[in-house]
Design a protein around this ligand. Structure first.
Ligand code: SAH
Ligand code: SF4
Ligand code: F3S
Length: 465
C-alpha cells in the first residue's frame, strides 16, 4: 500500500514551486499526495521566515499537526523550507517538536531521511548548496488548475538587502540550465498548460554559462535570452516572470517583452521605499531617481504595461519625510498592485546587526494604512479607466461566486470575470478569449466575450463547428 504525504506551503511562489519538486521526489519513493493532513502518513510544512508573523503562523500549525499526530499513531511531521535552519536548533537542542527538518537545497535526501525517521530517529539536513537547482526533476503539479504553472529558473540570492532573511535561508544564487527550463515548458504545453511564470528572487541576474562554451557554440544565456527561448516554445503559451530587481532590470529584457505577444506586459518591480536615504540603508543598490528612470523605460517600451511593487513601512530610521517620499513616489508611478508590509526585524540580517528597529509599532501601522490607501486610490482609477478597452484573457476556471461566470486574467494580471455562455459559445478553462471590459472595481474587471482565439497574438476567432 502506498503511503500518503500532505504538503502545506507557506511564503512565496518559490516555496510553492519547491513543494512540487518535493512531491516528485517522494512519488519516486512510493508516496502519493493526500488532500488533507487527516488522511496523511506524513505531513510536511514548507515554511517561510520572511517576517516574524510568517514564522508565528507556522509554529501554530506545527502545534495543530502535533495534536493530530497524538491521535494518529505512526503519523510523522516534518518542516521544510526557509525556517529549517532555525527549526534545526529547536529539534536538536530543545524540545523535539518535529520528526524531520529539511532545508531548501536538501530535498533529494528526503527518502534517506525518511528511512531514519521510520527507524525511530529524528532526521535533519539543512545544508545549503552552491549547485543544486533540481534541474531535471519534473515537478508534480499540486493544487493545479491545469492552465497555469510556476517554473523555477534560479535559486538563492546574493543581494544582501539589509532587511532580508532570504540569503540566509536559501543560500547563494545559482541559475538553472536553460535547456531544462525550456524542456519543462514544452512538457507543460504538451499537457495542455497555457501559462508559465518563471520564478527567481532576482530574475535579472539570471546567468547560465555552459561548462564547455564551445560545446553548443554559444556563450552565456542571460535573462533576456531565456525569456525569448521560453516565448518561442509556443505562441499559445503565455509567459510571466517574477521578480525583477530595479538595480538589474535591463532594457534588453524590456525589448524582448515588446517583441512577443505571448509575454505578458506586466512587471513586478519592488521599490521598498521612495526615499533614497532609506534605500541606501536597505542596501538596495539604487536611488529613487534610478527607480523612476526604470519605470520611465518600462512605459516607453510598453505604454500599457501594468506595474506592481513591494513596499516596506517603518524600516530602521525611516522619518516622516522619508514616508512622504514613498507616498509621492506611489502617486507618481500609479502602481496597479502592491504587496505592502510593516518592517519586521529578522535575525542575522545586516539591519538586525547594524540598525536599531526604532520606528514605533503604531507608526509603522499608521504608515502602512496610508500606503494601502494610496495604492487603492490609484489602482481603482486604473481599473475604472479600462472600461471600454479590449483585453486578451486566459480563462482559469469557474468564478467562485457563480457557476454562470468564469474568471481569468488579462495581460496585466488583473482578474477578469466573464459570462460562461452556453452551447457553441460556452468558454472553458484554458481558452484565450478577447474580452470587452464593461466595468471595474479596485480589484477586478467584468467583461463580455467577443471571441475565443487560438493564442494571444491571434486576431481571428477560432471557427466554431
Ligand atoms: N526578491 C524580491 C523579494 C522577496 S521577499 C525582491 O528583491 O524584491 C518579498 C517582499 O517581502 C520584499 O520585496 C519585501 O517587501 C518584503 N520583506 C522582505 N523582508 C522583510 C522584512 N524583514 N520585513 C518586512 N517585509 C519584508
Ligand atoms: Fe531579499 Fe533583496 Fe534578495 Fe530580494 S533581492 S530576496 S529582498 S536579499
Ligand atoms: Fe519566505 Fe523563503 Fe520565500 S523566507 S518569502 S518562503 S524565499
Amino acid at each position: 500500500m502506498s503511503k500518503k504525504v500532505y504538503i502545506e506551503s507557506y511564503g512565496c511562489q518559490m516555496n510553492h514551486s519547491d513543494s512540487e519538486i518535493v512531491a516528485s521526489i517522494l512519488a519516486k519513493d512510493g508516496y502519493t499526495t493526500a488532500a488533507t493532513a487527516e488522511e496523511a502518513d506524513l505531513v510536511l510544512l514548507n515554511t517561510c521566515s520572511i517576517r516574524e508573523k510568517a514564522e508565528y503562523t507556522v509554529m501554530q500549525r506545527i502545534n495543530e499537526m502535533n495534536a493530530l499526530k497524538a491521535k494518529k499513531r505512526g503519523m510523522k511531521v516534518g518542516v521544510l523550507g526557509c525556517m529549517a535552519e532555525r527549526m534545526r536548533e529547536d529539534l536538536l537542542e530543545k524540545k523535539k517538536v518535529v520528526d524531520l527538518v529539511v532545508g531548501p537545497d536538501a530535498y533529494r535526501s528526503l527518502p534517506l531521511l525518511l528511512d531514519e525517521v521510520e527507524s525511530g530517529q529524528k532526521a535533519v539536513n539543512v545544508l545549503l548548496s552552491r549547485e543544486e537547482t533540481y534541474a531535471e526533476i519534473e515537478p508534480v503539479r499540486l493544487d493545479s488548475n491545469g492552465v497555469t504553472a510556476f517554473v523555477t529558473i534560479m535559486r538563492g540570492c546574493d543581494n544582501m538587502c539589509a532587511f532580508c532573511v532570504v540569503p540566509f535561508t536559501r543560500g547563494r544564487e545559482r541559475s538553472r540550465d536553460p535547456h531544462s527550463i525550456v524542456e519543462e515548458c514544452r512538457q507543460l504545453v504538451a499537457k495542455g498548460y497555457k501559462e508559465v511564470t518563471l520564478l527567481g528572487q532576482n530574475v535579472d541576474s539570471y546567468k547560465w554559462t555552459p561548462k564547455d562554451p564551445m560545446a553548443n557554440g554559444s556563450g552565456a544565456t542571460d535573462f533576456a535570452d531565456l525569456l525569448s527561448m521560453v516565448a518561442e516554445v509556443s505562441p499559445a503559451l503565455r509567459v510571466r516572470y517574477s521578480t525583477s530587481h530595479p538595480k538589474d532590470m535591463t532594457d534588453k529584457v524590456l525589448a524582448v517583452m515588446t517583441r512577443y505577444a505571448n509575454i505578458c506586459k506586466y512587471v513586478h518591480l519592488p521599490v521598498q521605499s521612495g526615499s533614497s536615504d532609506v534605500l541606501k540603508r536597505m542596501n538596495r543598490g539604487y536611488s529613487r531617481e534610478w527607480y523612476l528612470d526604470r519605470i520611465a523605460s518600462i512605459r516607453k517600451h510598453m505604454p500599457g504595461a501594468a506595474i506592481s511593487t513591494d513596499i516596506i513601512t517603518g524600516f530602521c530610521g525611516e522619518t516622516e519625510e522619508d514616508h512622504q517620499q514613498t507616498l509621492s513616489l506611489m502617486e507618481e508611478v500609479r502602481f496597479d498592485m502592491a504587496f505592502m508590509f510593516k518592517y519586521s526585524e529578522r535575525p542575522k540580517t545586516l539591519a538586525a546587526r547594524k540598525y536599531p528597529d526604532d520606528v514605533p509599532e503604531e507608526v509603522k501601522s499608521r504608515r502602512l494604512q496610508e500606503v494601502i490607501a494610496k495604492l487603492n486610490s490609484t489602482a481603482g482609477d486604473l481599473r475604472r479607466n479600462a472600461v471600454g478597452e479590449e483585453r486578451v484573457v486566459l480563462v482559469e476556471g469557474e468564478s467562485k461566486r457563480s457557476a454562470e461566470f468564469m474568471y481569468g486574467r488579462d495581460d496585466q494580471y488583473t482578474t477578469v470575470i466573464v459570462p460562461r455562455g452556453s452551447g457553441a459559445t460556452e468558454i472553458k478553462a484554458g481558452d484565450f478569449v478577447r474580452v470587452r471590459i464593461l466595468s471595474g472595481t479596485s480589484a477586478s474587471l467584468k467583461g463580455e466575450v467577443i471571441a475565443v482565439i487560438p493564442h494571444p497574438a491571434a486576431m481571428e476567432p477560432l471557427s466554431i463547428a
